[in-house]
Write a new protein. Structure first.
Length: 292
């Protein structure tokens, strides 16, 4: 038997081969970490979208194929792709494209609050609100405003302050709240204005109205983000606007020309493609909060 001191080095030929890992490139490590983070974020977004879809199926807005015969019999204003619940005291304004006179959006006025609605085609599998929300923030910023993400009753929203021109020619800022709902092959964009943009209590009736909206996507093939066709309501559902401007009448429907003539985009803060054109969300909206 051969003895050696504890700390005595072992002869090279007697030492066992030990694998020493090569030092990994720091950039490769960073790239792998970025991929893992991106995959985790994508999974988070997918899981959240599935949860919102499950909630939408039970709470609304609903697809036409999802409602019962009893619910289908409830009084609603038929605008084609959108069917809005009739609410006592509401005023409905339809935005018409100036050149074609087609309906490109609806604005519900209830007291000091407004709710602007548009519907768009969407892919069969994936929703578009996640990317549209980022585009809204970018466009608000380009217009000189500010927008930030917030969690609302319909999921992620955008709270924005956008510059507007006041009656005396100065520039002020008004608050708006953008909500989006992804459905089966459709997307509804809702813009809350007036008090509903900043007060939960004022927004509650309009939120309930949005939940009761029914979307008729139809079977026509459409490219994602194309606006779903709207139309004037049947004569028995529409009444001419009466009273002074701003006075809501039961069942009142008012038509107004949309300036500019854009066709609308789900990512545009105003629903149009150029500036504060068609579907201006600030029309008869909240009071100016600051001027300069």
């Amino acid at each position: 038997m051969k003895w050696r001191r504890r700390n005595e080095p072992v002869e090279a030929e007697q030492a066992e081969d030990v694998a020493v890992p090569e030092e990994e490139d720091p950039q490769a490590v960073a790239d792998r970490a970025a991929r893992v983070a991106a995959e985790a974020e994508a999974e988070r977004v997918r899981t959240a979208a599935l949860a919102r879809e499950a909630r939408r199926r039970t709470q609304g807005p609903f697809d036409l194929t999802e409602i019962s015969e009893e619910d289908a019999a409830r009084p609603r204003v038929d605008l084609g792709a959108l069917r809005l619940p009739a609410v006592q005291g509401m005023e409905l304004r339809l935005e018409l494209e100036e050149k074609t006179q087609r309906v490109i959006g609806a604005v519900v006025v209830l007291g000091p609050s407004t709710l602007q609605l548009q519907a768009f085609a969407a892919p069969r599998t994936d929703g578009i609100w996640e990317e549209v929300r980022a585009e809204i923030r970018a466009q608000v910023s380009r217009q000189g405003g500010a927008g930030e993400d917030a969690e609302g009753v319909f999921g992620p929203e955008v709270l924005a302050r956008v510059p507007v021109r006041t009656d005396d020619g100065r520039t002020g800022h008004r608050a708006v709240r953008f909500a989006g709902v992804d459905g089966p092959r459709w997307f509804v964009r809702a813009v809350f204005g007036g008090r509903a943009a900043v007060e939960r209590e004022a927004a509650a009736p309009l939120e309930a109205m949005l939940r009761a909206v029914v979307v008729d996507r139809g079977d026509e093939a459409m490219a994602p983000r194309d606006m779903l066709p709207l139309r004037l309501p049947p004569q028995d559902q529409a009444r001419p606007a009466t009273g002074q401007p701003g006075e809501a009448q039961p069942g009142q429907v008012e038509q107004q020309q949309a300036p500019g003539g854009g066709t609308g985009s789900p990512a545009s803060p105003d629903g149009g493609d150029d500036g504060l054109g068609p579907l201006d969300p600030f029309h008869r909206g909240p009071e100016t909060t600051e001027t300069r």
